[in-house]
Write a protein that binds this ligand. Sequence first.
Ligand code: ZN
Length: 261
Amino acid sequence: MRIGLISMGLCIALLMGCGSAENAVNLFTLQDDIALGEQVRSEIESDSSGMELLDSTAYSKIYGYLYSIRDSLLNSGQVHYKTEFPWRIRIIKDDSTLNAFCAPGGFIYIYTGILKYLEAEDQLAGVLGHEMGHADLRHSTRQLTKMYGVQTLIGLIAGDRELVRQVTSSLIGLSFSRTHEKEADECSVRYLCPTHYNSDAGALFFEKISKEGGVSPPEILSTHPDPGNRVEAYRTHKQTYGCIGELNQAERYQKMIQTLP
Ligand SMILES: [Zn+2]
């Protein structure tokens, strides 16, 4: 947003000295994450993006459903920025894309393709948890800090349209590191753990997609040649955290998916 904000972010990051080396420096502040996400949102939702969004009023039933699942994850006590980020959801009408992603600051996008591909509510909760994890751990801005210099970042935050476009396409494409993917998988289990859902349901998506194959890898499969390892990691996290939920809510899910165009 402003240079002051960015240098403040740098100071805080240096003072706090975050966990893994990859996460060591984030030049952005939380407000910068939200401002950047807001710009990505307006890019995606502009006529020139070529993406068609489902109207949240016309499709209020399925939006209400997605928001209720989102809320149960937000109420897990595991989301750092539960109240700071908007956690806004929009559905992209595109049946051929098995994907979901979350822009910095908690702007969640999910394609009708993946909604129709998944089989039950717990799987959707698992996918949402993974995407929300990327935003909550601020993976995008950590990665941007690593990829670009400070000048570029200042340009980005100031609304450089071409740069925003680049960030948007890297968000939709295959851009997160292996470490970030693993962290987002762990978030998924942690967010689902206190709910009634089967907390490793995110892994069912990997199992289904590796069994059936034939589709280009969506964001949540990116940079991981071996979905099998990730399935195992999901199961291990579930055990480690002692999660006991088992519900999949398949019937309710199927009914809701039928309301999609
Ligand atoms: Zn991911």
